[in-house]
Design a binder for this molecule. Structure first.
Ligand code: ATP
Ligand code: MG
Length: 457
């Protein structure tokens, strides 16, 4: 047992029968609460009592210190009792064969003795990271399963996007204004709705207005409403979107397109929380939560005097950057499958899935139009498909990668490396050994590359 267990630290269980190694390992993890066990029984007692996030497991334990039977028995028991535990198996006996067996039994990774404390530490810390991410993913998934639909059916397996979803969940029940920044089709509106649904305003209206789609001269009336007779054509008193969102959420889409004069009026509303309809004299109090989105670079617009800085700070109490689809490794295939299932059900039930060439082309494509483009391509492909499987041709993705010309050959190589590594990591769920195997390189080489390219795992 650690001498002064710190309850805030994550727990690491070290199963190791060699007292010398026990002592050495025990002090190697300052950022963990370390628990040590020397045999199967005490390992399982510790598992039940401490529920460690990560376990390092020596396979050769008494009464079979030269074999692997006890170690594998512990691994089986852990996987049966608490399958989300990340077990890093360390052994010197028949390394390769044991490694494969261990991974097949559900171990997270394998480490060959003699132990290099630093390298093992890296694996353990990454295992913890993954364990936490998976936990968060599960929490998100179970919430949407509950019909609670916290984030409006958001589909993702990418840590970058899970982080976005978590931020949105966290701020949902506050009244802070949220600005969603992301390229076209990244899911800004989906997240805005998700935020509303997750908030205590969910019973109120979610009112969306696309500021770019409405002619300038009509936008003011759309937002603020007008009294009967306020202008030619104002035949009856009409509430504006802001008023309609009273008690709910107002989503200002393409907020960068609001003309300057109207920006002033919007700012006044945000400061005073009251509006006056056009042609009206009464000021009406409105309690609404503002979420806005834009694909424009507002900071540049501020610099050029086209967007008011004071309005920006009112709108952007929290800024959430939504990664493009290309920046979410693994998500394009995941989303494609979900869209295929939906559209097949709705429009062409004979379609059952993707042909391998289709999945490969989905993976290779740059998705400049993000999720919206993916959704549209899959929809069209499902409609067009003749057989049971959608192929690359149906998706119209044969032309290959259309990425822009890189700076130079070095940059191009780096870009390609990064992409391939991230995809391999995503495919092997962050497991270093299997990523290295997929890439046909050694683990040390992979570690070097991860460090060189600053890829977080
Ligand atoms: N992570 C996701 N999971 C499931 N569906 C998604 C996801 N992201 C986006 N979508 C779907 O993709 C489409 C585009 O998303 P959305 O309209 O929210 O994007 P946007 O950023 O507002 O795009 P635009 O800039 O074109 O208005 C929608 O049909 C949305 O439901
Ligand atoms: Mg949108």
């Amino acid at each position: 047992m650690a001498d002064f267990p710190n309850k805030l630290l994550p727990k690491l269980l070290i199963v190791e029968d060699d007292p010398g190694l026990q002592a050495q390992l025990k002090w190697a993890y300052e950022d963990f609460e370390v628990v040590v066990a020397g045999d199967r029984a005490s390992a399982l007692t510790a598992l039940r009592a401490e529920e460690p996030a990560v376990v390092t497991l020596d396979l050769g334990l008494p009464p079979d210190p030269d074999g692997t039977s006890e170690g594998f028995a512990v691994l089986d028991a852990i996987m049966a009792l608490k399958p989300d535990t990340k077990v890093v198996v360390a052994s010197g006996h028949g390394a390769r064969e044991s490694a494969l067996t261990a991974i097949a039994k559900g171990a997270y990774d394998f480490y060959q003795k003699p132990i290099d404390i630093e390298a093992l530490g890296l694996i353990v810390r990454r295992a913890l990271h993954l364990q936490r991410l998976e936990g968060e993913n599960r929490a998100l998934a179970s919430k949407s399963d509950e019909g609670n639909r916290v984030l409006g059916g958001l589909i993702t397996a990418a840590p970058e996007m899970v982080k976005v979803a978590r931020t949105i969940e966290r701020v949902a029940n506050t009244n802070v204004s949220v600005m969603l920044l992301g390229a076209s089709g990244t899911g800004k509106e989906l997240l805005a709705r998700g935020l509303h649904d997750a908030s205590d305003r969910a019973q109120g209206n979610f009112v969306a207005i696309n500021c770019a789609a409405i002619p300038e001269n009509l936008l003011e009336s759309e937002l603020f409403g007008h009294e009967k007779g306020a202008f030619t054509g104002a035949v009856k008193t009409t509430e504006g979107k802001i008023e309609l969102a009273d008690g709910g959420t107002l989503f200002l889409d393409e907020v960068g397109d609001i003309p300057l004069a109207l920006q002033v009026k919007l700012l006044r509303f945000l400061q005073e929380r009251t509006i006056e309809r056009i042609g009206g004299r009464r000021s009406i109090a409105v309690d609404t939560r503002i979420v806005c989105a834009t694909h424009q670079d507002l900071e540049t617009m501020i610099g050029e005097g086209r967007f008011r800085e004071d309005l920006f700070y009112r709108l952007a109490e929290i800024v959430v950057k939504i990664p493009s689809l290309a920046e979410r490794p693994g998500d394009s295939a995941l989303l494609a499958k979900a869209f295929l299932a939906r559209f097949a059900r709705e429009m062409n039930p004979q379609v059952k899935g993707f042909a391998p060439d289709a999945l490969a082309s989905i993976d290779a494509w740059g998705w400049p139009g993000n999720v919206r483009e993916l959704e549209n391509r899959v929809k069209r492909a499902v409609i067009m498909a003749d057989g049971k499987l959608v192929n690359a041709e149906d998706l119209d993705l044969e032309a290959g990668d259309r990425d822009e010309a890189p700076l130079n050959l070095k940059a191009a190589r780096e870009q390609a490396d990064r992409k391939v590594i991230r995809h391999a990591l995503a495919r092997s769920e962050g497991n270093i050994s299997s990523t290295a195997r997929l890439l046909g390189i050694s683990r040390p080489t992979l570690y070097d590359l991860l460090k060189q390219y600053g890829i977080a795992t």
